[in-house]
Ligand binder design. Sequence first.
Ligand SMILES: Nc1ncnc2c1ncn2[C@@H]1O[C@H](COP(=O)(O)OP(=O)(O)OP(=O)(O)O)[C@@H](O)[C@H]1O
Ligand SMILES: [Mg+2]
Length: 318
Amino acid sequence: MTEKFISIEGIARSYPKPGGGATTVFDDLWLSMARGEFVCAIGHSGCGKTTVLNILAGLDAPSAGAVIVDGKEIEGPSLDRAVIFQSHALLPWRTVKGNVAYAVSSRHRDWGKAQIAAHAQKFIDLVGLTGAETKRPAELSGGMKQRVGIARALSIEPKIMLMDEPFSALDALTRGTLQDEVRRICATTGQTVFMITHDVDEAIYLADKVVLMTNGPGAVLAEIVENPLPRERARADVHKHPLYYAVRNHIIDFLVSRSKSFIAETGASYDPRHVPIMRPGLPEPAVTPVPGAVQHEVVHRRPGTATVRDGPGSAAHR
Ligand SMILES: Nc1ncnc2c1ncn2[C@@H]1O[C@H](COP(=O)(O)OP(=O)(O)OP(=O)(O)O)[C@@H](O)[C@H]1O
Ligand SMILES: [Mg+2]
């Protein structure tokens, strides 16, 4: 059984409507993640992805249900869970180093200045910002600001990274570079990641699993798509994998058509506690024979012929 490092247990979130009543963004959502897993969530705008992420971060509380992290229910924000927002949310009056060092000092209150500076520098180097330490956010490009956000999140060495469309505002080249860096860093540190994206290729490149969310209100987790790509993957080879297009088409087909019709089609048979796990392009897992079990005779019957028996003791086996 998969270890439940993060366990989302029946969470709901609703908001009061201006004229009375309430809008339910989602209701009874269940999802678990193992330690070191990289999970991407995909779904249409407004379905509730950021709401889920904010609840995981402890920045928002569910109307019902709970989130358990490492055996403990979360009750608010924690330095164990770092968030990378789409908008960089840097302190404008602090330099690159100042922004990262500030996060480090809030994690390690007993550290001296030199130790904080050395630790911050390590993460500034890691995201490729060596040389830009003394610049303030206003002097940085969008990609550089996002790197500071990533360095700041990593520098507190969180148990979990929560990323809300971290690369969506960047140009394609910068996005690719930062995706590579995040992949490398997460693989090296064994980071557990929950990331929201609208980019199917980004999800396939980065994730171990892709969670597909239906349209809201009343969104559900329709499927968990297991990524068949090996964990060791290179950007240049991703599209050459024999199952790449099966996975990509499956996700795109969901976004284009099934995200709207999923609830009507599955109806009462949908069980939010057991979200179907999909392996596009792969056959259903074979039933493995149970050792010591009675071996059944296989009977082939061809039209117009006598029965041909295949099995231990049959003519075919002599
Ligand atoms: N404070 C709020 N009051 C009322 N409704 C809200 C509030 N915050 C979010 N919502 C509603 O909850 C729903 C989910 O919002 P959320 O931001 O989680 O969507 P999302 O999936 O992240 O969308 P996007 O892809 O556009 O970022 C939306 O319909 C939104 O209007
Ligand atoms: Mg959002």
